[in-house]
Design a protein around this ligand. Structure first.
Ligand SMILES: Cc1ncc(COP(=O)(O)O)c(C=O)c1O
Length: 462
């Protein structure tokens, strides 16, 4: 990765990193809400990240609220334009499940997708309308099903016949008819990391169309008295940049809906195409045009529906990462710098796999800067080691930074999705706060966890 070399003299007091890269002939990897101020500090949404770190401590998650809202609006607008008024994006709360983000989704009139009773509880706690919630998961327990049916959750996205029977029994006890959508796998390779590819025939999620199991799944759903089958769902994977698999999945789903009408006399009302749009973490990944991608997917979907003579359906989508991913960054303080001559340079930070396990899990790539020396030339390669007692606890290897010093502030970009929500308490490390930035002000949407809160279940006085 190339970080442009320039001097303070070349730089106006407020500098937009992305524009600078473009002017310098470099491909920018950072976003237009990231700037450098006259102190050479990295700013997000116009706010000095070094000052924020001083105020809130490190590690620290920062989120640009306006950017999140804009993404929600982009999805809503694009879906309604290309799929029609009954379509709806559901924010996939697994990407970042905290009350404030769910409140934003509520204010923007989106749906929400939850995958556990815990996520459902968060949605319930902010008064999210239950009829706009999809409840996912491949191992829902009886207790979770009872809780969700009792709350009147809008849709279960069902993963198996066993689950159908459990929901049917739970709905019977409550005297309701529960709406459900069947998760099927279209057998499409999304061209992403294996660990986040979920639409292939061999997947732990849903039942495959190509083997005929999805058809039998539909038959079973139609035979149960206390559930109402509303349609079909697929999610082929995450961090997808190639539009073709998304279009192919839409075509297969439309074809499957038409097959079920022809073979079983069942007409789906809803097709849920899942989430998965990628966001750039490094400069080799190009930003996706959300509106244009949805336009293209809709084109394929509608073409197949019309070819098969199928009338209008509502279309749902479930974006997670592309709503919050590039609205977040994490700040750490460098605790140590270690040089192993001829081999490697390490920086040791005050966080790591406990607040961001994605490198340890998938070797996910990140762009990093020194927030307090943001404009300096990055001419040294570092391995960024986390604080945990685990060799695999790293955030990246061969990361270009200026010659690092103890006390420097490391900014890791694009940490808004699957960081806080995947955080752990390994080594009894408390979780960092999530600080939202809006209109030049900051506030903690989630405050820093104390030792007592982290260990609350071990004390009987709380
Ligand atoms: C069923 C389902 N829907 C939506 C999502 C959100 O995907 P993304 O964050 O890539 O948009 C996921 C992610 O794993 C998922 O499993």
């Amino acid at each position: 990765m190339h970080i442009a070399n320039y001097t303070m003299a070349m730089k106006p007091p407020w500098y937009n990193i992305k524009q600078y890269y473009e002017k310098d002939g470099c491909d920018g990897v950072l976003y237009d809400n990231l700037t450098i101020n006259e102190k050479d500090h990295l700013c997000m949404a116009g706010m000095d990240t070094v000052e924020l770190a001083q105020e809130y401590g490190t590690p620290l998650y920062l989120m640009d609220e306006e950017r999140i809202i804009n993404r929600m609006r982009t999805y809503k607008r694009a879906m309604s334009k290309h799929f029609g008024g009954t379509s709806l994006p559901f924010y996939a709360s697994k990407a970042l499940c905290c009350r404030r983000i769910i409140e934003l989704a509520k204010a923007e009139d989106m749906g929400v997708d939850v995958v556990s009773a815990g996520e459902l509880f968060v949605a319930e706690s902010v008064g999210f309308p239950m009829n706009k919630i999809c409840f996912h998961g491949s191992s829902k327990t009886r207790a979770e099903i009872d809780y969700a049916v009792g709350l009147g959750v809008g849709f279960f996205i069902c993963d198996s016949e066993e689950e159908l029977r459990r929901i049917d029994a739970s709905a019977a006890v409550r005297g309701v008819r529960q709406s459900i959508i069947l998760r099927v796998t279209p057998g499409i390779d999304p061209h992403t990391f294996a660990a986040v590819a979920t639409g292939l025939i061999d997947s732990k999620f849903g039942l495959p169309i190509p083997t005929g199991q999805a058809r039998e799944f539909t038959r079973t759903a139609l035979s149960l008295k206390n559930i109402e089958l509303r349609g079909f769902h697929c999610h082929i994977g995450s961090q997808i940049f190639d539009k073709q698999p998304l279009c192919d999945a839409a075509t297969v789903m439309a074809g499957f809906a038409a097959d079920m009408r022809d073979e079983l006399g069942y007409s789906a009302e809803i097709i849920d195409l899942g989430g998965g749009f990628g966001v750039p973490y490094v400069e080799s990944e190009a930003e996706i045009d959300i509106d244009d991608t949805i336009r293209l997917v809709a084109e394929h979907y509608k073409a197949e529906m019309s070819r098969r003579g199928f009338g209008d359906t509502a279309v749902f989508m479930e974006p997670g990462r592309s709503i919050v991913g590039d609205s977040g960054l994490t700040l750490y303080e460098i605790q140590d710098v270690k040089v192993i001559p001829g081999l490697k340079n390490y920086v040791a930070i005050d966080g790591g796999m406990t607040d961001n396990p994605r490198y340890a899990l998938y070797q996910s790539q990140y762009t990093m800067l020194l927030a307090n020396r943001a404009g300096e030339r990055a001419d040294t390669l570092y391995t960024v080691g986390g604080r945990c007692c685990e060799s695999g606890d790293m955030l990246g290897e061969d990361i270009p930074l200026p010659a690092a010093r103890v006390g420097d502030m490391l900014a890791v970009m694009t940490t808004g999705a699957y960081n806080y929500s995947m955080a752990s308490h390994y080594n009894c490390v408390p979780k960092p706060p999530i600080v939202m930035l809006k209109d030049g002000k900051s506030y903690a949407a989630v405050r820093r966890e104390s030792f007592h809160e982290m260990l609350a279940c071990q004390f009987d006085d709380t």
